[in-house]
Design a protein around this ligand. Structure first.
Ligand code: PMM
Length: 284
């Protein structure tokens, strides 16, 4: 089985959505050959993992049938792993996780942190693979209604800590768990920025962090002009800027739709850390 590379820098997880309706690349990779080609291209560009998902989680999305999700994901995972690519599976379903690991996936990326499917945590424990537990409050059709917090940082930390405890109680090894604040999932732009400003609090949970900012709505809102929010495909540079900051902050991984610019940004952040670049101080 291919395992996750440990290069001693922030990893890049390249997004491969094999869905008809994801917010930024829905429908683009539904044909098997096209999906595999894109996965191979991301690996060639330096993706440490290719994250294959068969169910959209964009706000308002309805759930895919299990059979459809399996049919989209498994052949892509098989083909990519056969080509030597390290693959993760983006799923909330234990059955899909098990089939993808059987096909060669080395990590289960569960945006629900085990809440959507009661079989997920024990299944991952049995599979013995790495597990991303993302902060989540409910399915996409109602997550907008769940974006209410008194103190978003404290509440996300507490809720993620509970998911970590549940994962450990189910038998997943502690050193296999990676945590993710779940930017945009039951969170407004302000919530996302607050979490990004307090990653140290999340890191205090004692596990590595994965962060997905790529092309998300809060970047479109930040970059809005008179014509409205910046379109999805024109948010890339802002995502790369965030990757630089995230790599400098020492996150375990970033989840992105393009790979090369993010790998470059990580190289810059890593090199600056070696050079001990100090923050500029003084009056401006
Ligand atoms: N975001 C999306 C899907 N899966 N997984 C993790 N771990 N973290 C994320 O932030 C995340 C995710 C939604 O984005 P997409 O539709 O562009 O894949």
């Amino acid at each position: 089985m291919t395992s996750i590379p440990q290069p001693g820098r922030t990893l890049v997880m390249g997004v491969l959505n094999v869905t008809p309706d994801s917010f930024s690349d829905g429908g683009e990779f539904l044909v098997l050959d096209t999906a595999v080609e894109h996965g191979l291209a991301m690996a060639a560009d330096g993706a440490d993992l290719v994250d294959v998902g068969g169910e959209s989680t964009r706000p308002g999305a309805l759930r895919a049938e299990t059979g459809a999700e399996l049919a989209r994901v498994v052949p892509v995972v098989e083909r990519l792993t056969a080509a030597g690519v390290a693959v993760s599976v983006d799923t909330m379903r234990a059955d899909v996780a098990a089939a993808a690991v059987e096909a060669g996936a080395v990590l289960v990326n569960d945006v629900s942190g085990g809440l959507a499917d009661p079989d997920m945590l024990p299944t991952v424990a049995d599979l013995g693979v790495d597990y991303v537990a993302m902060h989540w409050r409910g399915h996409s059709d109602r997550m907008g209604d769940l974006a209410h917090y008194d103190d978003v940082v404290a509440e996300v930390c507490a809720e993620l800590s509970a998911r970590l405890d549940a994962a450990l109680a189910a038998g997943i090894a502690r050193d296999r768990v990676i945590l993710d604040p779940g930017l945009g999932f039951a969170k407004t732009a302000e919530h996302n920025w607050a979490l990004l400003a307090h990653l140290d609090a999340l890191a205090g949970l004692g596990r590595p962090l994965l962060v997905g900012v790529s092309r998300k709505r809060f970047l479109g809102e930040l970059l809005a002009d008179d014509a409205g929010p910046r379109p999805v495909r024109e948010r890339e540079d802002a995502g790369v800027a965030l990757t630089t900051l995230l790599a400098a902050a020492g996150v375990w991984g970033v989840r992105t739709h393009t790979v090369r610019p993010h790998r470059d940004a990580i190289r810059v952040a890593t090199r600056c850390a070696q050079a001990s670049v100090r923050p500029v101080s003084g009056d401006r």
